[in-house]
Structures are given as structure tokens and as C-alpha cells.
Design a protein around this ligand. Structure first.
Ligand SMILES: *[C@@H]1O[C@H](CO)[C@@H](O)[C@H](O)[C@H]1NC(C)=O
Ligand SMILES: *[C@@H]1O[C@H](CO)[C@@H](O)[C@H](O)[C@H]1NC(C)=O
Ligand SMILES: *[C@@H]1O[C@H](CO)[C@@H](O)[C@H](O)[C@H]1NC(C)=O
Ligand SMILES: *[C@@H]1O[C@H](CO)[C@@H](O)[C@H](O)[C@H]1NC(C)=O
Ligand SMILES: *[C@@H]1O[C@H](CO)[C@@H](O)[C@H](O)[C@H]1NC(C)=O
Length: 440
């Protein structure tokens, strides 16, 4: 840490003294949320080192300032490009209050942005926009999401893996460009993420460093946070696929997930925050025709665990601890599933599959738009396929109260039409409540 700090100071001084190209202007401004309504994290990039990292903020105008830190980022590409990532945590915010802010230093300030501090307590209905697989080219949903964020329709974004295509491309310039492209969204509402396969270069370094996610492994690969009555868990499905980066990561993540789920299930926690929602990139279930190795794989490693030994699979873990809803992406389409466990559909009631579902509900939402286009489906789907669409678009979710969760799919192709809706109702949440056995 001290060495990096020294490097930052030296590069600042040499740039200024020697007169090398000097770019202290903030860019790629984005927010993240660590689960405390009195705090908000601001992250941005400068192409040159600066002498400070400041956020000026306030209600009518910026009257307060908080100083943070900058970190040197060295890209793994042939140019070994360097840039500087600044992070500042704002604190003592008034929950629910709107703030203006700008970030940077005396050498250059960002535009003035605004955000609303998260509401406190668990007795309110947070609203989210959710999607995966959004690239720099063909980012069909960006303009829609910008309106959602700036119009105050959502409290947070959940981006379920695969960014930019790819953040490391062109010596990480594609990553820079993507982060600039989402600034009109992410500078206004917290942009919460999970890692996807497109982030794999150099051991996921562009993903780990560009975002600032709370707790967990400290690197954004697994972590959790609370918003209102919801506990949200983000994890890496990629530890099961990129084992060359260390298979122990499967075990470490699994252990952390189990501890986190245990804590979230302590009676005092689960009664206040009954909804447990996970997000991971590669799905356990899907019915796309272009991806047979994954969609027809009965031994899906995320679902059942490490091949052959079948340990550290997540389906059993999430079932046991009563996870309500699981979001995935990776397939460039939208698919809503009936409640499912062990490849068995376990509808809640015969008239309403989503009333007291007897297994977790999975959603695959990876159609925000990227250079690879859309993914087609196998005809008819699989027994658990409830609704499928390969329009470009994104998911909206509103956690109404401790019993109701509403979700809908927005088609960007159909100019914002809602093409799917579902209301999940649950009288009880908790560990060991599911009873999805074959033959029942
Ligand atoms: C940073 O540099 C600017 C310009 O040289 C100067 O005005 C400012 O006081 C410096 N800030 C700090 C914290 O050193
Ligand atoms: C990759 O990064 C993870 C932390 O995110 C670390 O545990 C692992 O050892 C790294 N692997 C390699 C091969 O560097
Ligand atoms: C749950 O409860 C424990 C002890 O009361 C606490 O330490 C923990 O942070 C709580 N929250 C979550 C989300 O686990
Ligand atoms: C899961 O399904 C398989 C194959 O149908 C069955 O043999 C197994 O007992 C089931 N496991 C559980 C835990 O229900
Ligand atoms: C689940 O519910 C759907 C919609 O009502 C129905 O079509 C399907 O047959 C049900 N599946 C089972 C296994 O009950």
C-alpha cells in the first residue's frame, strides 16, 4: 500500500515537473452502496495521478467535502497502461435525502451529479433494474436505464455480469469507454455488480478494481448487502469455470456463502429482511439452443458442484437456507422459471405457481444488449420454462413488502412494453421450509 502511494505521489510530481501529458480530469464516475443508508461510495478514474481525491457534496449545493484515496491500476495488456482509481466513502448522510455532488481535485472536477441516500429501516419498497451482458457496442438498454435512474424510478442497479465486451480489450480502453457510457446511470444510482466470464482476463483484474463492492472477499467476487427488506448476495459462478486461477476459490466462496446465509437467517435478521436474493452470472438452468454445453448439462457445476466429487454445489445450499429468488444472465435472452429444485418443478399452488413456491425461483436476464446479439431458444423449452423472450431489455423488480415481490420484463425492442409480469407471494420465509421432493 505504501509503495503504491509513493508511486502515485512520484508520478504526480514527475508529470507536473517534467511536463508530460497530464490528465487529471475525473471520468467514469459511479456510485456503490455498502448496505448502510448513511453512506454512499463514489468511485472515479483519472488518467494521470492527482494530488488528492475529493468529493464535495451537500443538499442545496456542495458545502461539505470528504477526502478519499487513489489507487494505481496497471492493466495486464501489452501496453501495461496505468490509470488511477479514486474512491471516497460519504458518511453521515440523512437517509432518503437527495444530495448534489462532484468529485475530483483542485486540478479538475467532474460534472455535478445527484443521488438520493438510501431509505433506512426495512419497512419500505425498494425498486431495482436488473440485467446482465451489457456491452460497449449495441448497448440497447443504456438509454432506457439512464431515464429510469435520472427520473428517480429505481434505488439501485444490479448488473449480473459481463461488461463492455471486454473491459480488458484494447489495453483496457474498452473498459474505460464502457464506464464512461454508464456514467449517466451509475453516477445517479448505486451500480451493484457480479462478475461474469467476459471479465476473466488477468484473473478478473479489470472487474475487481474498477468497481467498489462492499465486504465479502474485498474484491467484489463475493459479497452481500441489505436494502430495505432484502438481503442481496453477489457471487462468482466463474470460480467453477476458471479453475486455473485457483480451485480453492470454489471452497472459500462456498464457506463464505454458507456463513453469510446462516447470519441472514438468524431470527432477528430474517424477520426484518425476509427476502434473500442472489445474483450470479452463469445460470443453473436455461433453455437456449446456442449453448448446449451449459443448458443441457445435467451436471452443471454451479448447480451440483465440482465434477465427479459433486461437492460445493450451490443449488442445495440455496435451497437449504431458503433463498427466495436467484438471478442469472449469460444467455442473451430473458427466461422466467417455475420454482425448481433438482430439475423438478415445485409450484406453490395449482392455481398460482408463485404463491408460496416450494423451491427457489430462478430468472435468467442477460439481454441488455452487446456485440454478440441475442441467443435463440430450443423449441418448447424445458419443464421449468415459464416464459421466454429474446427481445433486448431489462428486468424491473419492486420488493413490495415482506410478503410480496413484483417483477416485470421491459422489452426495448417493443419500445418499453412490459412483456412479462410475475408477483411472488410468500407467507413465510426461512431455512428448511422448502419441500420439493421428487414424486410429491
Ligand atoms: C494540488 O495541486 C494544486 C495545483 O498545484 C494546488 O492548488 C492544491 O493545493 C494541491 N492540493 C493538495 C492537497 O496538495
Ligand atoms: C486470482 O485472484 C484471487 C483473488 O481474487 C486469488 O485468490 C488467486 O490466488 C488469484 N490467482 C492467481 C493464479 O493469481
Ligand atoms: C445478522 O445478525 C448478526 C447478529 O445480530 C449481525 O452480526 C449481522 O451483521 C446481521 N446481518 C446480516 C445481514 O447477516
Ligand atoms: C435429485 O434427482 C435425482 C435424479 O432424478 C435423484 O436420484 C436424487 O435423489 C435427487 N436428489 C434429491 C436431494 O432430491
Ligand atoms: C406449474 O404451473 C404451471 C402454470 O400454472 C403449469 O403449466 C405446470 O404444469 C405446473 N407444473 C407442475 C409440475 O405442477
Amino acid at each position: 500500500m505504501e509503495i503504491i502511494f509513493l508511486f502515485v505521489v512520484l508520478s504526480f510530481v514527475t508529470n507536473v515537473v517534467i511536463g508530460q501529458p497530464f490528465f487529471p480530469q475525473p471520468e467514469q464516475v459511479h456510485l456503490s452502496y455498502a448496505g448502510n443508508p448513511t453512506e454512499m461510495v463514489v468511485t472515479w478514474v483519472t488518467q494521470s495521478a492527482t494530488n488528492s481525491s475529493i468529493v464535495q457534496f451537500g443538499i442545496a449545493k456542495p458545502t461539505q467535502a470528504i477526502i478519499g484515496k487513489q489507487e494505481l491500476f496497471k492493466d495486464g495488456g501489452s501496453e501495461a497502461r496505468l490509470f488511477y482509481i479514486h474512491r471516497v466513502t460519504l458518511f453521515h448522510l440523512t437517509p432518503g435525502m437527495s444530495y448534489k455532488y462532484r468529485c475530483g481535485s483542485e486540478l479538475g472536477w467532474s460534472d455535478m451529479y445527484s443521488f438520493t441516500a438510501m431509505q433506512s429501516g426495512t419497512n419500505w419498497s425498494p425498486r431495482f433494474a436488473l440485467y446482465g451482458d451489457m456491452g460497449n457496442t449495441n448497448a440497447k438498454s443504456v438509454s432506457w436505464l439512464q431515464q429510469e435512474a435520472q427520473d428517480g424510478n429505481i434505488d439501485a442497479i444490479l448488473h449480473v455480469g459481463d461488461f463492455a465486451y471486454n473491459m480488458d480489450t484494447d489495453n483496457a480502453r474498452t473498459g474505460d469507454e464502457f464506464m464512461r457510457q454508464i456514467e449517466p446511470i451509475a453516477a445517479y444510482v448505486p451500480y451493484m455488480t457480479c462478475v461474469g466470464n467476459h471479465e476473466n482476463a488477468y484473473n478478473f483484474s479489470n472487474y475487481r478494481k474498477r468497481f467498489t463492492m462492499p465486504g465479502g472477499d474485498g474484491d467484489g467476487l463475493f459479497f452481500s448487502f441489505d436494502i430495505g427488506p432484502v438481503h442481496i448476495i453477489s457471487f462468482s459462478t466463474e470460480v467453477y469455470y476458471y479453475v486455473q486461477y485457483g480451485w480453492m476459490q470454489i471452497v472459500n466462496q462456498y464457506k463464505w456463502l454458507e456463513e453469510d446465509l446462516k447470519k441472514a437467517n438468524l431470527p432477528e435478521n430474517r424477520s426484518k429482511r425476509p427476502w434473500i436474493i442472489t445474483m450470479g452470472h452463469r445460470p443453473m438452468y436455461c433453455s437456449n439452443s446456442d449453448d448446449p454445453p451449459l443448458c443441457t448439462n445435467v451436471e452443471n457445476p454451479v448447480r451440483i458442484g465440482i465434477p465427479y466429487i459433486k461437492a460445493f454445489g450451490l443449488e442445495d445450499l440455496f435451497y437449504k437456507y431458503g433463498v427466495d429468488l436467484q438471478f442469472y444472465a449469460h444467455e442473451h435472452s430473458y427466461e422466467r422459471l417455475y420454482p425448481v429444485y433438482n430439475r423438478t418443478v415445485c409450484n406453490g399452488t395449482s392455481s398460482d405457481p408463485y404463491k408460496n413456491p416450494r423451491a427457489p425461483v430462478h430468472i435468467v436476464t442477460g439481454s441488455a444488449g452487446c456485440t454478440e446479439g441475442e441467443d435463440p431458444f430450443i423449441p418448447l423449452g424445458l419443464p421449468w420454462s415459464a416464459f421466454r423472450s429474446d427481445d433486448y431489455g431489462y428486468t424491473r423488480m419492486r420488493v413490495v413488502d415482506d410478503q410480496k415481490l413484483y417483477m416485470e420484463q421491459v422489452s426495448v425492442d417493443k419500445k418499453g412494453t412490459v412483456v412479462d409480469k410475475v408477483l411472488i407471494t410468500k407467507e413465510k420465509h426461512g431455512m428448511g421450509l422448502y419441500d420439493c421432493h421428487q414424486g410429491r
